[in-house]
Write a protein that binds this ligand. Structure first.
Ligand code: SF4
Ligand code: SF4
Ligand code: SF4
Length: 302
């Protein structure tokens, strides 16, 4: 990874020096081995701090949203999952392609700094030594799907099948058992909204969960409000989630959000497909569930 790290640094430095981008999004080292954090470099000097290592896990496409109202040109590094996030933003008209310079890196899999933090906290016992990120055991697209320059050697998908097996298990439950499963699962949600903040597909300027007049969804930690939050979130992710796994990774109480996201992606593919969100950017094309017709033959919306 050292070689890739140096190449990214070189590219960022070149783009910033020549004025081809105003800012370059990558990662820098924090104050622990396992703390690698996002960096927005604005000068070639700042680009010297760039690293790409085994903890460069954050989906940088989400950080693009901070720049959507400017006219600045942005360079950024994307792994496979991040690249699907970039396509999501382009399809959502949050950016035009010509504002972005994308450096793709074929991704061998990442470690999760949150696992390392828990392991080093001294507060928990029986924490595995291996910090491998769970999302990387369910990765269909480790190689970037959109880029201007590509680094690293092609990687194979890594699908453990565990998530799929769990989805099947839930599908086989009776409706009552399934309700109980979700009620129990969401009981521990503290409504911190970290899953929303980490999500590139959650890019509405005003979020329904923040609205007060009217207050569409209650804010208490109770069965009804928690289930409502997750139901609305699921509706909003259907056909839009790019399966980057960041929501589940950042959840402080380990709610298995990817079970729902993956099921939604499968249903979008089955009912409106063949379709997978964020794998193929075609300028002007409309992804599934983003258009409607008044004479839609299906019932439901009118
Ligand atoms: S999900 Fe895939 S592309 Fe994303 S960090 Fe893990 S292995 Fe890399
Ligand atoms: S990150 Fe976890 S605890 Fe926080 S709102 Fe999302 S599901 Fe709930
Ligand atoms: S819902 Fe989760 S997996 Fe899907 S795009 Fe958002 S953060 Fe990524």
């Amino acid at each position: 990874m050292k070689e890739i790290s140096n190449k990214v640094k070189e590219i960022a430095s070149r783009l910033l020096s020549k004025g081809q981008v105003d800012v370059f999004l990558a990662w820098e080292k924090g104050n622990q081995d396992y703390l690698t954090r996002p960096l927005a470099a604005r000068t070639a000097e700042e680009a010297e701090r760039i690293v790409f290592d085994e903890y460069s896990i954050h989906n940088l496409s989400n950080y693009l949203l901070k720049f959507r109202d400017s006219q600045e040109k942005i360079g950024l590094v994307v792994k496979g999952c991040d690249s699907r996030g970039v396509i999501r933003l382009l399809e959502d008209n949050q950016f035009s392609r010509d504002r972005l310079y994308i450096v793709g890196v074929s991704c061998p899999g990442m470690k999760d700094p949150l696992k390392a933090i828990k392991r080093n906290s001294g507060l928990l016992q029986n924490i595995a030594e291996d910090d491998k990120a769970d999302k990387c055991s369910n990765c269909a697209y480790p190689n970037p799907l959109i880029y201007d320059e590509l680094l690293g050697s092609q990687q194979e998908p890594n699908m453990s099948g565990e998530r799929q097996a769990k989805i099947q298990e839930i599908e086989n439950m009776s409706p009552d058992d399934r309700y109980e499963f979700f009620r129990d699962t969401f009981e521990s949600c503290i409504r911190c909204y970290a899953c929303r903040q980490a999500c590139v597909a959650c890019n509405c300027r005003v979020c329904i969960f923040d609205e007060m007049r009217p207050q569409w969804v209650g804010r208490e930690n109770n069965e009804t409000d928690n289930l409502m939050y997750h139901l609305v979130r699921a509706y909003h992710m259907a056909g839009r989630c790019v399966e980057c796994g960041e929501c589940e990774r950042v959840c402080p109480v380990d709610i298995p959000l990817m079970l729902i996201n993956t099921k939604l992606a499968q249903d979008a593919n089955e009912f409106f497909g063949p379709y997978q969100a964020g794998i193929n950017f075609v300028e002007g094309a409309k992804p599934a569930l983003s258009v409607y017709r008044l004479d839609d033959p299906d019932e439901g919306f009118m």
